[in-house]
Design a protein around this ligand. Structure first.
Ligand SMILES: [Fe+2]
Length: 471
């Protein structure tokens, strides 16, 4: 063996980091490390290699970077692009600058667009001549998508979009079709609009199949890129600041203490404490702690915690199992939630056995909702995004995007029934729990919603008020 190239996947965030180098020479670099850095240290140790370089392709917005933590643990320098926002010790690179890792060389290729300081890195292998064999493209180019240029605010979006077009067409594409592509994210990340399933690709594959490369004219590209771009998750701006400053050093994942129902109740009574219930929407609907917020543990969990919970909020957890506790604690750590007070020991079983109060949410099928559609006392609340709403909605429904619901309750009647719906029931359950937190007494969720509504061929209305028979 000589060449080391390992991709490390962080599920949920769909974040991809890399260990790359030469194990014969015993030298490796880590590209875009996540916050729990033990995995890189362990892998390097198994290879008998030393981590001598830490690379940040750009200032990340969707997760807490482990670069700072890894630098403290290894003493390796952090290589970045040029940006005055960085306030920790780092090494800003110039175009063409190299990091030598035995027979492997990484070479900096600035590719601004997703962010101004973005650097992609070319990979050269001495045994394969003087042309790059691969590119680590960070958030410039993904499978079937490019990095969104709108995360620094509307003033800079157009300029960054133009820079992105140049980076893609003038820097990456000329590298040649055979160059392998190792991006910073896979499908499910909100750093792109619609990232494809493949976690690695080639420039040739993207050249042939990606919409990114079917818009060579700049104006067309900008139109395609910025059209129907969803709103960036609320926590992105905050995480960018945290990553520019360097996240606090923690030494690893925290141990979250188990709490008895009585201890849990005491902690709950403190000012500002949030009960975060990560169980499934059906379990939450069946019975939960009054005032709890339901964000079910599935792939979207970290993004929706980011949308709905301030990073400094003290959190008490309710989970289904020890395994779920581990996954939830990883997600929260990786997105910068460091105020986890504890979890309910033995879950809701211990709570119900202690004769403590329960709240529930009614669950309706789409058929029940359809029968109630003309009920004048029922409010039907569509909590999906604007873009989803535009494609069609339930007749007589109101639209309030779940991310803004807490500040957008005016006009809703707390003592009348409110049925929430989204794509699957996941965001509708978040919305239902927010309504209950705000004193709504008759809240209904419709699990499986949009999929089930279409399967059942129920009526859909379009923005231009044109009713359809769900064609
Ligand atoms: Fe990013």
């Amino acid at each position: 063996m000589a060449v080391v190239l390992e991709q490390i996947v962080s599920e949920g965030l769909a974040q991809l980091s890399y260990l790359v180098g030469d194990d014969k020479a015993g030298l490796v670099a880590v590209i875009d490390p996540r916050r729990d850095v033990a995995i890189y240290l362990k892998k390097a140790q198994i290879l008998g290699a030393r981590i001598i370089a830490i690379i940040e392709t750009h200032i990340h917005a969707d997760f807490v970077s482990g670069a700072h933590e890894l630098a403290v643990r290894t003493g390796a320098p952090i290589y970045t692009g040029e940006n005055d926002a960085y306030t920790f010790a780092h090494h800003p690179v110039q175009e063409g600058e190299k990091i030598e890792l035995g027979t492997i060389t990484l070479q900096a290729l600035p590719t601004p667009g997703h962010t101004p300081e973005h650097i992609s890195w070319l990979l050269f292998d001495q045994k394969q001549g003087d042309r790059p064999i691969a590119v680590f493209s960070g958030d410039t180019l993904f499978n079937l998508d490019a990095g969104r240029p709108d995360l620094l605010g509307s003033d800079e979006t157009k300029q960054l979009a133009i820079a992105l077009h140049q980076s893609l067409y003038e820097k990456l594409l000329p590298l040649g079709d055979r160059v392998e592509l190792y991006p910073g994210h896979g499908a499910g990340s909100a750093c792109g609009k619609s990232i494809g399933d493949r976690r690695q690709s080639t420039l040739g594959n993207e050249h042939m199949f990606s919409p990114v490369f079917s818009h060579p004219v700049q104006a067309d590209f900008l139109h395609w890129l910025l059209d129907a771009m969803p709103e960036p998750p609320r926590h992105y701006a905050d995480l960018k600041k945290l990553n520019a400053a360097g996240a606090p050093i923690k030494g690893g994942l925290p141990l979250i203490p188990p709490l008895s129902p009585e201890e849990f109740r005491q902690q709950m009574s403190q000012e500002g404490v949030l009960v975060l219930d990560a169980r499934s929407i059906l379990a939450f609907g069946g019975g939960h702690i009054p005032g709890a917020l339901n964000i079910a543990l599935q792939n979207e969990f970290p993004t929706w915690v980011g949308w709905m919970v301030e990073r400094t909020t003290p959190i008490l957890l309710v989970v289904e199992s020890e395994r779920d506790l581990m996954l939830v604690s990883q997600h929260l750590f990786r997105t910068g939630y460091d105020m986890i007070l504890g979890y309910l020991h033995q879950g809701m079983t211990s709570w119900q056995n202690a004769a403590l109060p329960l709240q529930s949410i009614k669950e309706w099928t789409v058929h029940t909702l359809h029968q109630q559609i003309e009920n004048p006392t029922l409010t039907i609340l569509d909590v999906r995004s604007e873009q989803e709403r535009q494609k069609g909605y339930v007749p007589h429904s109101q639209h309030r995007f779940v991310a803004h619901l807490r500040d957008n309750l005016a006009g809703l009647e707390p003592f009348q029934p409110v049925a929430t719906y989204c794509g699957t029931g996941f965001r509708a359950s978040i919305a239902a729990s927010i309504l209950q937190q705000n004193g709504f007494t008759n809240v209904i969720n419709v699990p499986g919603f949009w999929t089930a509504w279409q399967v059942a061929n129920l009526p859909i209305e379009k923005t231009d008020n044109e009713s359809t028979d769900n064609k």
